[in-house]
Write a protein that binds this ligand. Structure first.
Ligand SMILES: Nc1ncnc2c1ncn2[C@@H]1O[C@H](COP(=O)(O)OP(=O)(O)OP(=O)(O)O)[C@@H](O)[C@H]1O
Ligand SMILES: [Mg+2]
Length: 250
């Protein structure tokens, strides 16, 4: 479980997060949604420690990440898998080398063991035949799957995905969503997915947090998201034409 309390972050005089709190349970897919520029990626980066928050506390299970010493922080980082917005694969490394990268920098595993683990993860995302290919030789959906394989290669307890569907067609997006959900349940990870894709929200949102201009305006699940009574959330949810047509039937 991950708990965040009163997270604040500003850049120069621009306040991006203004006191965000929440709880993300183990073995569930937690979605952070909201319009572009509302602070979703910044929140995710604060949670994983890629950027320091100005105020607030982050707990990884019972460990306080915010004031942890170097050793505990490093241990928690080893338990984190992350799929970055845009994929962030190394263009000059093969698929296999990309997936192996976290093991190279985080562990002292012998090469044979690393290869076994990489092959297991590539198989898990259906890419066992692409190990020797370069990122430029595979499709966008395959690149996302490489990113997912890399995110789970260190057997993480906590999995973070920033816009896993950006740039993908709706059908491939569903496959990627299902993969993230299956991995969450299979490996019992605490998963946080940042998205503005309503299909994902209705597909894999066990728990959903709606961010609006740096505040958490609503929290709930896919069953009650369509009748929150919050105008800003309705504007976000029903911006999609399909959802809009659905509203007319509600
Ligand atoms: N390193 C940074 N320095 C200055 N401002 C930043 C930095 N990172 C983010 N911001 C600003 O913080 C705000 C929130 O950005 P963020 O990337 O979290 O948005 P987002 O909700 O993830 O949007 P999108 O859906 O487009 O990815 C934006 O106004 C952005 O310009
Ligand atoms: Mg973002």
């Amino acid at each position: 479980m991950i708990k965040i309390k009163d997270i604040h972050k500003s850049f120069a005089d621009k306040m991006v997060l203004e006191g965000v709190s929440g709880e993300f349970k183990k073995g569930t897919c937690n979605l952070i949604i909201g319009a572009s520029g509302t602070g979703k990626s910044v929140l995710l980066k604060c949670i994983v420690g890629l950027i320091p928050s100005d105020k607030g506390t982050i707990f990884y299970d019972l460990r306080n990440f915010s004031n942890a010493d170097h050793e505990i922080k490093a241990q928690i980082r080893r338990e984190i898998g992350m799929l970055f917005q845009g994929g962030a694969l190394f263009d000059s490394k093969t698929v296999e080398q990309n997936v192996m990268f976290p093991l190279d920098i985080l562990t002292k595993m012998p090469l044979g063991e690393k290869l076994d683990r990489v092959n297991f993860c590539l198989k898990r995302v259906g890419l066992e035949n692409a190990a020797k290919k370069m990122p430029s030789e595979i499709s966008g959906g395959m690149r996302k799957r490489v990113g997912i394989a890399r995110a789970i290669v260190n057997n993480p307890a906590y999995l973070f995905c920033d816009e896993p569907n950006s740039g993908l067609d709706p059908q491939t997006s569903i496959l990627i969503d299902e993969l993230i959900q299956d991995i969450t349940y299979e490996f019992n990870t605490t998963t946080i997915v940042v998205t503005h894709d309503m299909n994902s929200v209705m597909g894999i949102g066990d728990n959903i947090m709606f961010l609006y201009k740096g505040h958490k305006l609503w929290e709930g699940n896919k069953e009650n998201i369509t009748h929150s009574g919050i105008q800003e959330l309705d504007d976000f949810v029903f911006a999609n034409k399909v959802m809009s047509a659905l509203r007319d039937k509600l």
